[in-house]
Design a protein around this ligand. Structure first.
Ligand code: GLY
Length: 410
């Protein structure tokens, strides 16, 4: 009897250990990720909570060997982790998990608050990245004027970087130094804050600045074939183009894949606020280029002109996928077939990076972010094929948007 009981206990322990191990390494197929099956959802939430434990009250930036490097100020990436908390809070509510939603809401508010000092930062153009997913979102969800006022201050700070030549200066002290007339394509992502502020204040000046900036970027960064310059230097006072160049890309005339993806999203959003069809066409043209230049595995190299085999940048896929879904939502009413084409492309981009995600990559169960294979700056050897805060954010945003699209079709 005693021997029988002992065998039973040992057997039970063995079965439990096997189950735990399978649970830890089992992968979630892509087709379960997009509708966000319960398994995918639990995995996602658990990783997000673990990231918080790892980084404490500092903002996750990029990983090194899948360990987060963090910042106290938030650099340009501090909006992404709190932005994910807001996205997941909304999903928790949709799933009827009120307790989790409440917890996430408290965390999202707390994390958004940590960016407070940045609303007065006139030393950067990155205020859209920082404040749209956080303070604008917090205002939309709570109606609390404090968030609105903070985000409006951030828009005012950004507007101070508007140069007489009709663009927002990306880098460096306002009007001074070698970058006084420099615009990077990434800057398109910060325009939404100005458009939002224009609507809130009923003040067209913010929108006019944003549209002027978008128009110059459309004319000068985007090339005939749909590829793009990372940087363009302008005469500060006139907006006349001096030259195209690069910082994170291979060369001046190559196309840095993440910059291309920022352009797709930035122009799609500019269309949303202006109704100017040419901006949507530019987003599409840049998206076509992105698709045309992908290698066979569908995962963007860090630069589309880098010699193969080139390091990957999965964050470019995640951002472009989001841009494609924005394009699709704009086309849905009038051109449903064209819209479906962009959704299929978004799906393709997300499916291609699936093997880099925590759903398929057992190593990401207890370290790193939601996605690995992101590259910050290949030429400087900074975070090459790692987790990057913006890659996680746009990956999650794209997955949720695709899942929503799918639900609407059914
Ligand atoms: N906006 C900076 C980057 O994409 O690396």
């Amino acid at each position: 009897m005693y021997r029988y009981a002992r065998c039973l206990i040992i057997w039970t322990v063995v079965v439990l250990l096997v189950q735990i191990n399978v649970g830890a390494t089992a992968t979630v197929p892509f087709d379960d990720v997009v509708p966000l099956s319960d398994q995918a959802w639990e995995l996602l939430c658990s990783r997000l909570f673990q990231i918080e434990k790892e980084v404490g009250d500092r903002f996750p930036h990029v990983t090194e060997n899948l360990v987060w490097r963090t910042s106290r100020s938030g650099e340009w990436t501090g909006g992404f982790y709190p932005g994910m908390l807001w996205l997941v809070e909304e999903e928790a509510r949709r799933r009827g998990d009120t307790a989790k939603a409440e917890l996430l809401r408290q965390k999202a508010l707390q994390w958004s608050e940590r960016l407070s000092a940045r609303q007065f930062d006139t030393g950067t153009h990155d205020l859209g990245f920082l404040f749209v997913p956080t303070w604008v979102e917090a205002y939309k969800r709570t109606g609390d004027e404090r968030w609105r006022n903070g985000a409006l201050n951030a828009a005012r700070s950004l507007s101070k970087r508007f140069a007489p030549g009709g663009f927002i200066q990306s880098w460096g002290p306002i009007g001074q130094g070698p970058n006084a007339g420099t615009v990077i394509i990434d800057n398109m992502m910060n325009l939404e804050l100005l458009y939002w502020a224009a609507q809130e204040l009923n003040d067209d000046r913010f929108a006019e600045m944003a549209t002027s900036h978008a128009r110059l970027t459309q004319r000068h960064h985007v090339r005939e074939d749909g590829g793009s310059f990372h940087l363009v230097d302008f005469v500060r006072d006139t907006g006349v183009m001096i030259r195209g160049r690069t910082h994170q890309g291979l060369s001046a005339y190559s196309t840095w894949s993440r910059g291309q993806a920022w352009g797709v999203v930035g122009f799609a959003i500019t269309y949303q606020y202006t109704g100017d069809r040419s901006f949507l066409e530019t987003a599409q043209k840049m998206g076509e280029f992105f698709m045309r230049r992908l290698p066979e595995d569908g995962v963007a190299p860090w630069d589309f002109d880098a010699p193969a085999p080139a390091a990957k940048d999965t964050s470019a896929n995640a951002i472009a996928a989001f841009g494609f879904l924005c394009i699709a939502s704009h086309l849905q009413q009038e051109e449903p077939q064209e819209a479906a084409k962009w959704v299929d492309r978004a799906r393709y981009l997300l499916q291609a990076v699936h093997s880099y995600s925590l759903f398929a990559h057992p190593e990401l169960r207890d370290k790193g972010g939601l996605l690995t294979g992101g590259t910050y700056n290949f030429r400087q050897g900074s975070a090459v094929e790692q987790s990057v805060a913006w890659g996680d954010y746009y990956y999650l945003r794209s997955l949720l948007a695709l899942a929503q699209w799918q639900r609407e079709q059914n």
